[in-house]
Write a protein that binds this ligand. Structure first.
Ligand code: ADP
Length: 290
């Protein structure tokens, strides 16, 4: 039997002997991973390129299913989940990507509202929640701006507001600071930390930046060749387990985020059963001063 949620330290994320082999090329991306993450934990995941971090996140997102072993999230066994249930399951998740993946043709407000639109939220809830999420990330004043009018750090805060707006129980942040100015990186992680403290949601953040894991006193899980090789609160132990996984933050690097044409489709996979668009008009009156 695998542990189900319940009890004092109820598991939010349980990996039990999880292995993943990609059929097309035989790559063994996860190798017998057993990991237990409690509700409300903030965990850094580190590992060199190709270590298996993305596959780990994708199995939580139910984009990949393990070849063997069990993935149990908040008591739900993802291996057994029917495909039509997946969009509902994903509503538990708020996802932040390295390249932000904002919709360039939508304003800040509309980008955040879109995540509520796809789950069929009411206009009233959308107005209220989007305003709240933008306040949380300190971007109310930029609600009418478009992504290309914002700095990288601001764009990532919009993505964070989008991840939060539906009250996600699990925030998955895949190198959220990898594409922004180093001095802004701590702002983003500070925000994640505040959200974790206030909302008690579970946060999984992949990073390569040794400065960050040193600065924040968190659990660090190191993945190497598909295996968990260290699980520690001590950053130097994590670093020793895979020195190539955590590096000094390169100073002053920045590259433009990709404009992902498929982001709308992706977000819809977090919505209703058939991902169908309902007649929808964003109520932005609060931000037009009407
Ligand atoms: P990381 O995120 O740490 O860079 P990944 O999970 O992306 O690691 O990759 C782990 C291994 O699985 C690598 O060998 C990679 O080439 C392989 N891999 C990842 N995704 C796929 C895929 N969709 N198909 C085939 N092989 C893959």
């Amino acid at each position: 039997m695998f542990p189900l949620s319940g009890g004092v330290n109820s598991a939010m994320i349980d990996f039990i002997n999880v292995s993943k082999v990609y059929k097309d090329n035989g790559a063994k991306a996860l190798n017998n991973v057993t990991l237990h993450i409690d509700k409300g934990e903030f965990v850094f995941v580190v590992g060199a390129s190709g270590a298996g971090k993305s596959t780990f996140l994708k199995t939580i997102m139910r984009e990949e299913v393990p070849t063997s072993g069990e993935v149990v999230i908040d008591g739900q066994n993802l291996n057994k989940m029917k495909a039509r249930k997946v969009p509902y399951y994903r509503r538990k998740l708020g996802i932040v990507f390295q390249d932000f993946r904002l919709i360039p043709t939508k304003t800040v407000y509309e980008n955040v509202a879109f995540a509520m639109h796809v789950i069929g939220a009411s206009q009233k809830d959308i107005s209220r929640r989007v305003a709240y999420a933008l306040t949380l990330v300190g971007l109310s004043a930029k609600a009418k701006n478009y992504p290309n009018q914002l700095s990288g750090g601001e764009q990532q805060r919009v993505a964070l507001a989008r991840a939060l707006v539906n009250d996600a129980e699990i925030i998955i942040a895949d190198e959220p600071t990898g594409n922004i100015d180093p001095e802004m990186s701590k702002d983003i992680v500070d925000l994640l930390e505040q959200i974790n403290i206030n909302k008690k949601n579970t946060i999984i953040m992949v990073t390569h930046e040794v400065d960050l894991i040193r600065h924040y006193n968190k659990r660090v899980v190191t993945i190497k060749n598909g295996s968990v090789v260290s699980d520690t609160a001590h950053p130097e132990v994590a670093r020793a387990a895979s020195p190539e996984a955590v590096v000094n933050t390169p100073s002053g690097y920045y590259y433009a985020p990709t404009e992902d044409a498929e982001i709308e489709d992706f977000l819809k996979s977090y919505g209703s059963e058939d991902g169908e668009e309902k007649g929808f008009k964003l109520d932005t009156s609060a931000f037009r001063g009407e």
